[in-house]
Design a protein around this ligand. Structure first.
Ligand code: NAD
Ligand code: ZN
Ligand code: ZN
Length: 346
């Protein structure tokens, strides 16, 4: 089968012919129908040697949906042909966190040579993907697979980040979403669908602001020198209740700290490598609370799938055949993807 393999750090991944896996024990083989391309894939490809614990080569792709092709002899609860999305953050499988579907916060994460499917383990930018256990599969019913695949990270990570802020988002509360790409446009929709608050959006691209508008944001603005002032005015003057930062550079972290009201919440999702200095006394608003969420839990993935099936959220996708993966990667790198790029085996 064909698979998009990362063979060397910093090098463009290439399609290679690899053996189709055979499921043993509790493993499940899934025939891939769609795989989302995440900005994290770019961070992985461009990582300096030694920065990530992954062994090379491996197949990329951590947002995967498809049909069950073959079940290992020890699986139960699933049938061949079932349409599923993969829960991607595979942990050790044995700790208390993994046992309760919170592999994203696996207690042994530091000891593993992977962070999940397509992140150190062979993922879904291929014709088939081998899944270690049926517990990593969530049924999608009639949801199209190119909608379902991005839910497993862009949807799930946004949902998990919003869940951590929900206590602060009562009626009339204001949230700023920074970076309206694959994750951000779903965060705007999830905020609208699951909280009573207002959403303001920030990006560096006009077409991302148009996407924010279609996703339900009340107002969008490009990053300018007076952006913090504009957002504070929009919030009524005191500052906003929460910021979701899907970029994570020093510039966006400082913007976030500059627009929050006292007691405000900042969730940093973007892996931009920026820094924000915590000091007391200092410039951070009193009562400032910070979270650095990673991906989400398996029960939350089922909730995101249910939201999408109800029609409350919709992924804007651009489809590419798997054979055009390099073009999709170039476009994402150049900021020329609207919503989520999805690769489909051809
Ligand atoms: P994306 O490229 O689809 O979207 C990023 C958006 O941010 C784009 O619209 C871009 O124009 C905008 N942007 C870039 N610089 C900006 C700036 N300075 N100010 C405002 N907007 C800016 O990326 P994505 O796939 O949505 O991923 C977003 C980030 O989240 C990436 O860093 C990714 O690695 C990270 N991520 C984290 C997790 C997690 O679990 N914490 C999971 C998935 C992705
Ligand atoms: Zn991702
Ligand atoms: Zn674990």
């Amino acid at each position: 089968m064909r698979a998009l393999r990362l063979a060397a750090w910093g090098e463009t991944p290439t399609l290679a012919e690899v053996e189709r896996p055979v499921p043993h024990g509790a493993e499940v083989l899934v025939r891939v129908e769609a795989t989302g391309l995440c900005h994290s894939d770019l961070h992985v490809i461009g990582a300096a040697p030694g920065n990530l614990p992954y062994r090379l080569p491996f197949t990329l792709g951590h947002e995967v949906a498809g049909r069950i092709e073959t079940l290992g002899p020890d699986t139960d609860g699933m049938r061949v042909g079932d349409r599923v999305v993969l829960y991607g953050p595979w942990g050790c499988g044995a700790c208390e966190r993994c046992a309760t579907g919170r592999d994203n916060y696996c207690d042994r994460r530091d000891t593993l040579a992977w962070h999940g499917a397509g992140l150190g383990r062979d993922g879904g930018m291929a014709e088939y993907v081998l899944v270690p256990s049926a517990r990593h599969l969530v049924p999608i019913g009639g949801l199209p697979t190119d909608q379902a695949a991005p839910l497993s990270d862009a949807g799930l990570t946004s949902y998990h980040a919003v869940a951590g802020l929900r206590h602060a988002l009562a009626e009339g509360a204001t949230t700023v979403v920074i970076g309206v790409g694959g994750l951000g446009h779903l965060a705007v929709q999830i905020l609208r669908a699951t909280t009573a608050g207002r959403v303001l959006a920030v990006d560096v691209r006009e077409d991302a602001l148009a996407l924010a508008d279609r996703s339900g944001a009340e107002f969008g603005t490009l990053v300018r020198t007076d952006t913090a002032h504009v957002l504070r005015e929009r919030s009524g003057g005191a500052g906003v209740d929460a910021v979701l930062d899907f970029v994570g550079t020093t510039q966006t972290l400082e913007l976030a700290a500059g627009v929050l009201r006292p007691g405000g919440e900042l969730a940093v999702v973007g892996s931009g490598g920026g820094h924000l200095t915590v000091s007391k006394p200092g410039v951070l608003p009193p009562g400032f609370r910070l979270s650095v969420p990673f991906w989400g839990t398996r029960p939350e993935l089922a909730e995101v799938v249910a939201l999408a099936r109800s029609g409350a959220i919709h992924v804007e996708t651009e489809r590419f055949p798997l054979s055009a993966a390099t073009e999709a990667i170039d476009r994402l790198r150049g900021g020329r993807v609207r919503g989520r790029a999805v690769l489909v085996p051809d």
